[in-house]
Structure formats: structure tokens, C-alpha cells
Write a protein that binds this ligand. Sequence first.
Ligand code: PEP
Ligand code: MG
Length: 581
Amino acid sequence: MTVQLTGIGVSRGIAIGKAHLLQRGELEVLEYVIPIHLLDDEVARFRRALEVARGQLNAIRGRIPPNTRADIVDFIDTHILMLEDSTLTVAPEHLIVSRQCNAEWALKLQRDALVQVFEAMDDAYLRMRKDDVDHVVTRILRILIHQHHEPDETGDAGDVRLTGSILLADDLTPADAVLMQHQGITAFVTEYGGPLSHTAIIARSLRLPAVVGVRNIRRFIRDDELIIVDGQRGVVIAGADARTLDYYRELQEDELRQQRALQKLRGAPAITRDGLHIDLQANIEMLDDVADVRAAGADGVGLYRTEFLYMNREDTPGEAEQLERYSEVIRALDGLPLTIRTLDLGADKQVDSGHTTRQCLNPALGLRAVRLCLRNLNLFRPQLRAILRASALGPTRLMVPMLSNSQELMQVLELIAETRRDLDREGLAYDPDMPIGGMIEVPAAALTADFFAARLDFLSIGTNDLIQYTLAIDRIDDEVNYLYDPLHPAVLALIHRVIEAGANAGIPVSMCGEMAGDPLYTRLLLGLGLRDFSMLPTTLLEVKSIITGSDTRQLRPLTEELLLEFEPGRIRALLAKIAEI
Ligand code: PEP
Ligand code: MG
């Protein structure tokens, strides 16, 4: 019998293979009383478990392949750091003594207390931190309860049992995901987790097809059963008949063929059938990403998210360190233009150095991005200096996130002018013509885009935030994910308005939110007049292939028709029509 289960597809791709069920079982934590004279032994047992957990995580870290992205390693480092945090180390010891209870129970009490605090705060970012606490606590509990069946302990890389199989688990830690891939897993399915969980992010980054949130999957599927995972549609199929299997094998083949064909486009320019040149740039977060930019044949970097330089550390990078980091990227790009975005800290991007605050009720509406920088000039000035100085080393553009009013823009422009004067006085080099641009990601800025377009050298539409703020949905809150809709008429109207403002002012308008890299919207965006795209390097060639097959003269009238629609069904039907012409 065929069983089809659905969840949330978080990393696209088709995998067909044998299921490998990770049955770690529910951890049953019991409470028992420890006689007073044995309390010291119980504390020592707890400390030993922490030691073993540290050893396990350090071993995992040591086995991560050297080319693994730095942010993946950071997830594991976060767990290692949590094992040093007194809330997980000292507090349970106090509980053992004060309640005269066993270490497992003390740790469980502490976890419950922490989780309650996180949940009361009702902050999506902290919910992700809650997952981290859970992962670390479970690791220690397993050691205490002697259940050493962690996936990281199952054999070495290339384990025969895992090669080619698809992992089914309740949940996976980022460490699990990395190691499992190392051991030959071709996809994974979890019962819990959302599209923005760390594990989902890692799956995309490792290009492993993945579906999360398939409740009770391990009850329906047996170990070694042949299953199909469709990471795009979020579907898992077991007991497929020959026809279904053939269909998915063909899809898989198609994907491979497509990937190979796309590689041929690498060196070709992105020119539409009616002869328009489209600029395809890439989004990066760190130096390591430049290799992907080059592999995709991008025209440059349209968004360098500098906040990652500030994350996972206790101090703030100064001017010299930033200049060094930007110079490395400029050198690696070897003549391709680099758009450096000034700090976008706050909301879901918090740092440890005290510049952001987690206390406010609506962090996405709070002191974030340019607002935070204008409030903390000690933070902003060194970055402006570093970016200006980096501009002397290669083609560089400066881009300011989350502008919402004229005062912010005028303040930023004045600060840049001041910085230039300072550098002149100090005899330090910079490019006097470095373009200054702004991100349009707040509806207020989109509606007044003419004002920004008249004073800036370029605009870039940040749809991730523009959609969040237009539709009033927290972009990292699982509960309202279903409302996140790039095709909402209000979103499309704002995008159209910004593109027109740029055209009227004669400046380029780019888009660097996720929407720019989704092939589903490429033709619509071309029809709306977008000529500059910036996206994850992994999606660039697919978008290029759509561009080279499109004629903007045919797209325009259909796009105009679509802009007049309000009903989602009609909008999608028109989108399908646009895809077909
Ligand atoms: C955006 O908001 O679309 C964007 C590109 O910026 P970020 O995702 O970094 O907020
Ligand atoms: Mg943004």
C-alpha cells in the first residue's frame, strides 16, 4: 500500500532510498531521592556527563569536513558554548543539592524552567534558542541515562549502512545533520522543526533534500523500506508502485540533467530574447561564499550581509578588522563589484556584544539596522570608515538597510560626507565615486521611493522584510508562515512602485530578497521592469536560464493585467500563463 505523508519542504531535491529510522526513543526522566551523604557523588556524576558531552561535540566539530561553511560550524560552537554556561552547568548542581534529587531530574527541571522563560517571551528568535537548549540538554540526559545512540557515534564517514539512505528522525541537531551527510545520507525527514530552524538552513546549505514537520512518520515507515522524498513539495512516499517510482526517478534524472545543462550557462551573459541585459549578482555572508559566487558566474555581489562579522563573539570588530575582512572579499572577487550593506543588527540578528536588546516586545519594529547604527555612532562610524577605505581597493558600493524616512537618509549621507572629510584630512584613500544605495524594505520607504531615488545612486528591494512589514507577519514565526506571500497584490504594487521610482530617477533598482532568487517569480519581476537581481548563488543559473528564454515585450501586458488582480486564484493563474509564454 502506498503511504503519502506531507510536511514542510525546506530543502529542494528528490531522493529515493532506504529509510534509516533514528529511534532514539523518548527519554524517560524519573525523579528519585539522593541520600545527603551521596549528593557530592551525584554532582560529580553530573559533571562527568557534561565532560562527555563536551568531548562528543568537540569530536563532531573535529570531524566536520574542512570545506564546511563557517555558519554551520557556528551552530555547533553555540552548543559547545552552552555547555560552559552556568544556567546549564551550575544551576542543575544547585538543584541536585537543594532538592536532593538525581542529576537527570535536576537537569530536566532546569530545562523546563528555561523553556518556560523562552515561551513566555514569545519571541521567534528565542524560540530557536529554545531548540538549542533542548538539543544540548537531551545530549546530556542521554549520557546520564546511558543511551549512547547518538547519530554522531554511529561509525565513521562513509558508513556502509548509511550511504544512500534517507534519515528519519524526531528532530535533528545541526551537528547531526552535518555528520549524517558526511556518512552518506542523501536526504532527511524530521517529525518536528520549521523552515527557519537551524537544521533546515543547514540542509539547504548542504544541498540535502529535506522535509520537516512530518508528525509520526516513524510510525508509518519501517527501517529499510524504500521511500521517496520530494524536498520541494514536502512529500514523503512509502510503498510506491512501479509507476510512481519511475515518475520520481525521471524527475530526479531531469533535475540532474537540468543541473548539467545549467552549468553551460555559467559563462554566458543573462540576455533576454528581446536583447535586454540583466544583471545577476549574488548574496553573501562571508568570505567563504565568494567561491560559490564565482562558481555561479555571478556579475558581482549585490548584498554582503556584514552583521555576520559581529555575531557569535563578545567584542565588536573595529575599523581595522573590518577593513581587513572587506579587503579579503574584494581581493577574492577579483574585479567583480561588491555591495557592502551596513549593519543590519537587531530583530532576528542579535549579537552578544550588548549592542542589541532582546527585551523589547516587537524587536522587528524596534531599534534595528540603520536605526541602531544612527543611535550608536561608535558602532556606525568605524564601519563607514572601513567601507570607504575598502572602496579604494576595488569596485565597491555601500548600501543602507531599512531606511524608513528622510531624516535617516539625510543623517546617513551627512555622516558619509563627514567620514570622507576625515579620511581626506588623514590622507587615507577611498573611492570618491563609490555609489551609495538604500534598501527599500519598509512599506513607508516603498511608497516614498521617489524621495530616496532622487538622493541615492541605487535602490535595492529587500522583499524578506518588505513582505514582513507589509503583511504584518513575523518572518521567523512558524505560526504565521502561511501568510508570507510574495504575490499579495499589496506587495506587488509596492515593488512596482519602487522599480518605477528608480526608472524615473534614472538609477538602477535591484532586488536582493529571497523572491529575487525564486524561479517562480523571475518572469513576473522582469515584467515589472526589474533588471538587477541578487540572490543565493545556488539559484542563479536557474534564474538565468529563465531570463534567457524570456521576452519582456510579451511579459509586460500580462504583468500589467496581474497587477490589477486581487483574487489569489486569478493571480496564480496569470502567473502560470506568464510562465508558459
Ligand atoms: C531582505 O529583507 O529582503 C533582505 C535581503 O535583508 P535580510 O534578509 O538580511 O533582512
Ligand atoms: Mg532585510
